[in-house]
Write a protein that binds this ligand. Structure first.
Ligand code: SF4
Length: 362
């Protein structure tokens, strides 16, 4: 089957089957950008109400650039992966500062924006600026690896490049670049789904090698997943005067900028520490915050699995003879009511709820 026919069939199918989605009302680059960032790791149905509220509050790129970070994060609460929205805000600030508020339309400039990788750049360039730039995400990798029966793991950069080239070749058979990108995404979302693809409804059924060979359920191939790394986390709960000491994580790295209680994290097996060494490290962490503490007793233990990490989090109640309430940029003394207002890192949300109900008056 010629590429041109594949392209045309896909576009005809899209014209008949496309869903009405709020970010498809126009091709405003800012709306496309926000929607693509929200849609990473999150289903379309779940994104729609978040997108609508976000756009009501920040209708123009300039509104998002000017908003306080804490407020922006509150509109993202529930979507998770907060570094996405931090990068988005940094990106729009850069567009305001360097490009006069217009999202650039050159691949080099778009890829330089914070948080914009190859996929998001392809989506913005093709959907918003109608440029022939492929946007290859997990959906596209799945669909094309089935169509062509590609057996190599799709995480490999060589396989990815091969699929990107196939998409580019198909894309160049039309001038509807934005529609082509959206059609391919839509096919992956509605028909060529991860489990039980609806091949009978697919415009490519007659050309699909996976269907011909009846191997669609085995594709795409993935590398065997590595088990999550174990992390020992000791955290200290210091309560004084009906308030608890909380700190903010660094602005970069895992769970960037989110809140937790003063802690030490040890990645196993390289950094294994004894109980006494962990306790001492935790006391030193408090010392850096101007507090001299003793660990009274273990109070809670939580297990939390992220994609690549498994935290064994143990929370210790701490005592201090003299408490220093002075202000620090990355630490706060919080009341029970204030605990609810922060963005907590992973399992610290649960811990903060328990602190509030068991150790503090709201
Ligand atoms: Fe996917 Fe089936 Fe279409 Fe092949 S025919 S691309 S497996 S939905």
């Amino acid at each position: 089957m010629k590429r041109q026919q594949l392209t045309q069939r896909l576009l005809d199918w899209y014209d008949r089957n496309r869903r009405q989605l709020p970010w498809r009302q126009d091709s405003d680059p800012y709306r496309v950008w926000v929607s693509e960032i929200m849609l990473q790791q999150t289903r379309v149905d779940a994104v729609i109400p978040y997108f609508n509220k976000f756009m009501q509050r920040f209708p123009r790129l300039q509104d998002l650039a000017a908003a306080p970070e804490e407020e922006v994060l509150s509109y993202w609460q529930g979507l998770g992966y907060y570094s996405r929205v931090r990068n988005l805000q940094q990106g729009v600030r850069e567009v305001v500062a360097s490009y006069g508020g217009q999202v650039p339309d050159s691949p080099q400039d778009v890829r330089k924006l914070p948080g914009v990788g190859d996929y998001t750049a392809g989506a913005i360039l093709s959907i918003a600026h109608n440029k022939p730039e492929p946007a290859v995400d997990g959906n596209v990798l799945r669909v094309i690896s089935r169509l062509q029966r590609i057996e190599e793991p799709v995480e490999q950069s060589r396989t990815r490049k091969q699929i990107e080239q196939i998409v580019r070749d198909m894309m160049e058979q039309t001038e509807r670049y934005g529609d082509f990108t959206q059609a391919l995404m839509e096919l992956g979302a509605l028909v060529c789904t991860p489990r039980s693809p609806r091949c009978g409804a697919c415009p490519w059924q007659a050309d699909c090698i996976a269907v011909r060979d009846q191997v669609q359920a085995e594709l795409p191939k993935k590398k065997a997943a590595e088990p999550p790394r174990q992390v020992q986390v000791h955290t200290g709960i210091l309560v004084a005067d009906q308030r608890v000491l909380a700190v903010q994580r660094p602005k970069t790295g895992l769970l960037a900028g989110m809140w937790q209680f003063p802690s030490v994290e040890v990645l196993l097996p390289e950094q294994q520490l004894s109980e006494a060494e962990l306790a001492s490290a935790l006391r030193q962490r408090f010392q850096q915050l101007g507090q001299t503490v003793l660990l009274r007793c273990e109070w809670q233990r939580l297990n939390h699995v992220f994609s690549h990490r498994q935290w064994d989090l143990r929370a210790f109640l701490c005592d201090a003879d003299a408490v220093d309430f002075s202000h620090r940029p990355d630490a706060r003394w919080l009341t029970g009511a204030e605990l609810k207002t922060l963005n907590w890192a992973g399992p610290y949300r649960k811990l903060a709820d328990r602190v509030q109900t068991e150790l503090l008056e709201s």
